[in-house]
Design a protein. Structure first.
Length: 256
C-alpha cells in the first residue's frame, strides 16, 4: 500500500494507482476532459494537471502513479492557473456559440469554463473547418471538436471499427475519417459510441448528430447497430434520414 497526502487529506491506496484515482478515493474532484479509464489515458487535454511537492512542473494526474509520501495539491493557484490557460487554449479551437448550441447547459467543457471563471478569451480563435456531407445520418460539426481522441479510441479499442483518426499535424490537426477517406468508404454501423463518450455532453460527440425524419417513427438501436448486424460501405444497409434539423440523439427512421 502507498500512503500520500492530497489537499491535506491522508490517503492510502494500492501501488500503481493513478493520482486521479487516489484523489477520487479521497473524495477530491479533479476535472478531466480527455480521460476515459483503460481506453484513453493520454493526458492530452492537461486539464487534470496537479502540483506535486518536490517537482517543478505540473503532472497529469490521469496517467501518473502515486508514490509513497507524495504530497499533491489539486487546486493550488499554480495548478488552477495552468488549468485555466489549458481550457482557454482548447476554447480557442472550439466554436464558442453556446447560446445557440442545443447542448448549452449540458456540456462538460462549458461547465469547466464557468468553474474557472473564463468569460473572455485572450487567444485568437482558430477553428478548423472540415466539409461534411449533411445527407449522412451522422453529422459531424468539426468546429466543436477539441481533439480529445475519446471517440477515436472507443471506436478502435471497444468497437474495433476504426472509423475515426487524427489527421494533419500541428495547428491543422483534427479528428476526421481515418486516412482522410470519404465517409462512404468506411463501414460505420452507427453504433453511437463516439457520441456517447464525447466529453462535450453525455450524448454528443464533437457535433455528431444523427438526424431523424420523424420523432414518432424512430427507434433505437437501429437494426444494423445491434449485435451480429453488419453494414455495407455501399450504403445498402444504412438508413438515410433527411428533411429535419432536429438534433436530439441517435435515432433511425422506421419508414422507407
Amino acid at each position: 500500500m502507498v500512503r500520500l497526502t492530497i489537499d491535506g487529506r491522508e490517503v492510502e491506496v494500492e501501488e500503481h494507482t493513478t493520482i486521479l484515482d487516489a484523489a477520487r478515493t479521497a473524495g477530491v474532484n479533479i476535472p478531466t476532459l480527455c480521460y476515459l479509464r483503460d481506453i484513453n489515458e493520454i493526458g492530452s487535454c492537461r486539464v487534470c494537471a496537479v502540483e506535486v511537492e518536490g517537482i517543478d512542473q505540473l503532472v497529469a494526474s490521469c496517467n501518473n502513479c502515486v508514490l509513497d509520501g507524495m504530497v499533491v495539491r489539486t487546486n493550488s493557484p499554480k495548478a488552477r492557473a495552468a488549468r485555466k490557460v489549458n481550457v482557454e487554449l482548447l476554447l480557442s479551437r472550439h466554436k464558442t456559440a453556446c447560446t445557440s448550441c442545443v447542448r448549452s447547459g449540458n456540456c462538460t467543457l462549458q461547465e469547466l469554463a464557468n468553474d474557472l471563471n473564463i468569460y473572455y478569451l485572450d487567444y485568437a480563435e482558430h477553428v478548423p473547418f472540415v466539409h461534411w456531407d449533411k445527407t449522412y445520418p451522422l453529422i459531424r460539426e468539426n468546429h466543436k471538436c477539441i481533439d480529445c481522441m475519446r471517440c477515436v479510441q472507443v471506436c478502435d479499442k471497444v468497437q474495433a471499427s476504426r472509423i475515426w483518426d487524427a489527421t494533419s499535424r500541428s495547428t491543422h490537426r483534427t479528428v476526421n475519417v481515418v486516412g482522410g477517406r470519404s465517409f462512404d468508404d468506411v463501414d460505420c454501423t452507427y453504433c453511437g459510441q463516439c457520441i456517447t463518450h464525447c466529453p462535450m455532453t453525455p450524448s454528443a460527440c464533437s457535433g455528431l448528430w444523427p438526424i431523424p425524419t420523424s420523432r414518432r417513427s424512430c427507434r433505437w438501436p437501429p437494426p444494423y447497430a445491434r449485435p451480429g448486424a453488419t453494414s455495407s460501405a455501399s450504403g445498402q444497409t444504412r438508413a438515410r434520414w433527411a428533411g429535419s434539423s432536429l438534433r436530439c440523439g441517435p435515432w433511425v427512421s422506421t419508414t422507407s
